[in-house]
Design a protein around this ligand. Sequence first.
Ligand code: AMP
Length: 281
Amino acid sequence: MKQVARQARAEGRPLGFVPTMGALHEGHLSLVRAARAGCQPVVASIFVNPTQFGPNEDFQKYPSSLDEDRKKLEDAGVDYLFTPGAAEIYPPGFRTWVNVEGLSDRLEGRVRPGHFRGVATVVLKLLELVQPQKVFFGRKDAQQARIIRQLARDLYLDSEIVVCPIVREADGLAMSSRNAYLNPAERRAATILFRALDTARASILRGERDALRVVSLMRDTLRTEPLASQDYVELVDEDTLEPVTRLRGKCLALLAARVGSTHLIDNLLIEERDGAFVATL
Ligand code: AMP
């Protein structure tokens, strides 16, 4: 992998990188397309990173479809697929961890302790191996994207971090490999995350600026779905991830819920532009 990276660099070609955990869907492929638009070669990785899963999480049963994934990536024009083994990424005696303090403890990090330590560590390792000019992430995992941006800044990484829009199913559900866990009733119920965010968006477009009222609206909407239980619903500053009381600048409405036993997340990006607010699902 390093040799491919060195060669691209020597030839002056911008390498684009799309890290994934496989079980690929249109969300992943949208990142590949974004990479293809400005980079050549494009490298995708599939690595189900054990260190970002908690002891009672779904590491053992995380969906896997390597043959189909390979075909999808080929069709999408990926030049290299990198699929390291767990023992290559974490050889015996491995001791170094990356911890992006503060940003990693709240929200998803509170529900999943240690999750972002695993994410930051594997992302830095992958970036060292692939040495991309640009690396592509989805806003679906907005907190993750924010943490990686911080990591890149704090450690002077050469890679540019590009964050791409959320790709959704026709009924609004954000695409996720974990959606495969949902039975038909849960799949219908899962749209409640999108609907809660859409309610927030509508209220902001009507002029609501009180963040606590927007959060209440989202919580009330989520509560109408008996198959869903809330993990968190917050409206935070996009930079600090600290809760805000009034909308200003760039904010994120972030929510997480379990539908059945499946942990789902989604978010709404809220941006102030010339005094008006634009909310993007
Ligand atoms: P994962 O395989 O779930 O680790 O995701 C790999 C990358 O794809 C991450 O940067 C995710 O944010 C991104 N991603 C996952 N789902 C979506 C989606 N629905 N839309 C856009 N990006 C996504």
